[in-house]
Design a binder for this molecule. Structure first.
Ligand SMILES: Nc1ncnc2c1ncn2[C@@H]1O[C@H](COP(=O)(O)OP(=O)(O)OP(=O)(O)O)[C@@H](O)[C@H]1O
Length: 251
């Protein structure tokens, strides 16, 4: 199967005020197969978000290259097929759920009728058909998170990048969102790359987990998680895989 996301020998330095530079990533190689879910885990500051931002084309690598659907990201033009979900839901408080979801389509200049249809379809997909006219302050944390997911999905992307998207949710809602994301990703045939510091979350969601070593961030190991879905976060199998991941992170 083809790789939807490939980072090849990616290195990154950030300039510091004293003229020195901070070496954040060193020769990072990762490969994420189409329609699979990959997690990037590692200690705080090891470069997880930087790597995701480089994959997303938000910042350039200093060395190495990223390929999206086989195309070098420098030449990649299908940016609508890639979407990013942040840690905060970043909903606009003065817009209804439907208007928040419509945002990406408006930016892309989609006609009004198409927008209306797509937004309704996507809100239904995440179980919020009845809340299209609600404002963010009228929604629970879990519902807001679903609106943010719908906003990410409305352009029908093939690649979903997520940076700790559920870390602020209560555990039971986080678990519902995990099921929701996997269900929708399966339906839409999406590839997911996400960053987390929660190894249990990585084991519950991912087909492969990449562990990063800090300073500079390097790939420590790639773990294949071949447990059947749905995965119970409290099961012995998940706990055992999480233990192996923690050991890898500490070595
Ligand atoms: N724009 C920037 N300029 C300078 N330094 C930066 C910049 N962005 C990140 N850094 C530094 O790069 C390192 C890696 O940051 P990054 O946010 O990628 O790590 P992380 O693994 O995602 O951390 P966390 O889990 O705490 O979110 C940190 O030391 C951070 O301070």
């Amino acid at each position: 199967m083809a790789a939807a996301v490939r980072a090849q020998s990616v290195s990154k330095w950030f300039p510091l005020r004293d003229g020195e530079s901070l070496h954040v990533l060193q020769g990072v190689d990762i490969e994420v197969e189409e329609r699979s879910v990959a997690a990037i885990v590692g200690a705080s500051g090891c470069g997880k978000s930087t790597l995701l931002n480089i994959i997303a084309g938000l910042i350039p690598p200093d060395r190495g290259e990223v390929f999206l659907n086989g195309v070098p990201s420098k030449s990649f033009t299908e940016w609508r097929s890639l979407t990013y979900m942040f840690q905060d839901d970043r909903l606009l408080p003065w817009r209804t759920a439907a208007q928040n979801v419509a945002f990406g389509l408006e930016a892309a200049g989609a006609p009004r009728a198409e927008r209306r249809e797509r937004v309704a379809e996507t809100l239904a997909l995440v179980g919020l058909a009845d809340f299209a006219e609600a404002y963010p302050h009228e929604l629970s944390g879990g519902m807001r998170s679903r609106v943010a997911l719908a906003r990410s999905l409305v352009t029908r992307p093939s690649i979903l990048l997520m940076d700790e998207p559920f870390s602020k949710l209560d555990p039971s809602i986080r678990s519902q969102m995990h099921d929701e994301v996997l269900r929708v990703a399966g339906l839409m045939g999406m590839t997911i790359v996400f960053v987390t510091h929660d190894v249990e979350e990585a084991v519950v969601l991912a087909d492969t987990v990449v562990t990063l070593k800090p300073r500079p961030g390097r790939v420590q190991e790639t773990h294949v998680i071949n447990l059947p879905h749905p995965r119970d976060p409290l099961s012995a199998e998940v706990a055992e895989r999480a233990r192996l991941l923690r050991r890898s992170l500490q070595s």
